[in-house]
Design a protein around this ligand. Structure first.
Ligand SMILES: [Zn+2]
Length: 190
């Protein structure tokens, strides 16, 4: 592993050069933290990596922008003023999704509240109130669904036990993958 830099239209792009005995061709990967890894066959030199990167730079930059965008998505990009604007839309969304998923669970809840929190996507109170961050509006739908189901299941299991995850899995079988997405992109907690 070797930290390198390459110049593209006067912009410095950092990447890691990896030499692999198994690699037959040059490969580029942009990780979910927006870092770039170029893997080359063991005998290949840095020039080959550079040339390949230059060729694929539009794709690389698009990927970097995509992952950076995710990092910043909701928690940083939207502030107090947006809360006033989007709160009611978020409420409509949360109420619709809670109703939809609760057909399966049939849990009892009291109020659905929309909040402006900095690190938290949702919570469930002992009294049975469901709270959601208004920025849930700006998440991909499968993540919205996971967050709603997560809080709905806390109505029965106010913990993160095996039983709790078993309940979540009934409606969102791929929940592990979505949790990983949330963690990797550092976009908050539930
Ligand atoms: Zn939880």
């Amino acid at each position: 592993m070797d930290a390198k830099k390459i110049l593209f239209h006067n912009k410095k792009i950092s990447y890691t050069l990896r030499k692999s005995r198994n690699a037959r061709r040059v490969r580029i990967a942009v990780q979910s933290d927006a870092s770039v890894v170029v893997t080359v066959p063991y005998v290949a030199g840095e020039e080959i990596a550079e040339r390949f990167l230059q060729d694929k730079m539009q794709w690389v930059l698009a990927k970097i922008a995509f992952f950076r965008g995710l990092e910043k998505v909701p928690m940083v990009r939207y502030g107090k003023r947006d809360y006033a604007v989007y709160k009611e839309n978020a409420r409509v969304l949360a109420e619709r999704k809670v109703a939809h998923f609760n057909v399966r669970y049939g849990h009892e809840y009291r109020n659905i509240r929309i909040k402006n929190q900095k690190t938290c996507w949702g919570s469930c109170s002992k009294k049975g109130n469901l709270n959601f961050n208004f920025r849930i509006l700006f998440l991909p739908e499968h993540v919205q669904d996971y967050i709603v189901v997560h809080e709905l299941c806390h109505l029965k299991e106010l913990n993160h036990s095996k039983r709790f995850w078993g309940l979540v899995a009934q409606a969102v079988p791929e929940y592990l993958q979505i949790r990983k997405e949330l963690r990797q992109n550092k976009i908050g907690f539930v």
